[in-house]
Design a protein around this ligand. Structure first.
Ligand SMILES: O=C(CO)COP(=O)(O)O
Length: 267
């Protein structure tokens, strides 16, 4: 049985997935402004962790800025190779990412599943590669509108996660992001109840495959049309520990309001 009080020990994570937006010069200006905005708002990073996920080509610049200015922002990559080195043209190794202090790597985003044919087996191998290099995989799962109609909300994400977790061990730190494909970029977010129902089912699968301790410790994010006016609803749910934000993470004021959901929307 997963400990119901565990949510208090999970620091919420608000993650901004920039997708293929902002070059490295734009990224520097953006991260500086975001950090000023959160500084002006006296954001307490020990209460809500904030991480950005820029394109690969921005990572070195973002790392340099964050470390030089001692910013409390975290950062991650949007993908990672399942291989460590060798003849894999275009792939980026976790070994290289960890040299850049990358903390997180998104794996299995639905855009990569749809556009690049990534399967759960590949996503599992990528998750294991991240862990091998000390990087926390942010494992994305979610159902399409057709899946939802045919199987209901939980069946597909649960099956995806079960396969992916079979590549991992109980000691591996992970983050899971529930992103219903129909909610991504559509302006039509899931309801908080839907997100909670699926997050609870995902936590149960983590308990089943990796044990209760890993399930209690794992942050489960919701993603799909998250905005400052709906974030509070999700964050009130006991199994939702943060958000993976796409479009709204590219507007500094809006992303900053999302990060400060406690202040602005009275959770
Ligand atoms: O795909 C997403 C984050 O990974 C969600 O995108 P939107 O927030 O733009 O719907």
């Amino acid at each position: 049985m997963v400990n119901d009080n565990a949510q208090a020990t999970r620091t919420p994570l608000i993650a901004g997935n920039w997708k293929m937006n902002l070059d490295h010069l734009q990224a520097i200006a953006f991260v500086q402004k975001l950090s000023w905005s959160l500084g002006d708002a006296k954001h307490d990073f020990s209460q809500v962790e904030v991480s950005v996920f820029p394109p690969f080509t921005d990572l070195r610049s973002v790392q340099t800025l964050i470390s030089a200015d001692k910013l409390e922002l975290g950062f991650g990559s949007q993908d990672i190779s399942e291989h460590d080195s060798g003849a894999y043209t275009g792939e980026v190794s976790g070994a290289f990412l960890s040299r850049l202090d990358v903390q997180y790597a998104i794996v299995g985003h639905s855009e990569r599943r749809q556009l690049h044919g990534e399967t759960d087996a590949i996503v599992g191998a990528k998750s294991a590669a991240a862990v091998r290099h000390g990087i926390v995989p942010v494992i994305c799962v979610g159902e399409t509108a057709e899946d939802l109609e045919e199987h209901g909300p939980s069946a597909v994400p649960v099956a995806q996660l079960r396969e992916i977790l079979s590549h991992l061990k109980a000691s591996d730190e992970i983050v899971v992001a529930y992103e219903p494909v129909w909610a991504i970029g559509s302006g039509q977010a899931a309801t908080a109840e839907q997100a909670e129902q699926v997050a609870a089912a995902l936590r149960a699968v983590i308990a089943e495959v990796l044990g209760d301790d890993r399930a209690a410790a794992t942050r489960i994010l919701y993603g799909g049309s998250v905005k400052s006016d709906n974030i509070a609803r999700f964050m009130r749910e006991p199994n939702v520990d943060g958000a993976l934000v796409g479009g709204a993470s590219l507007a500094i004021d809006e992303f900053s309001r999302i990060v400060q959901f406690k202040k602005h929307v009275g959770v």
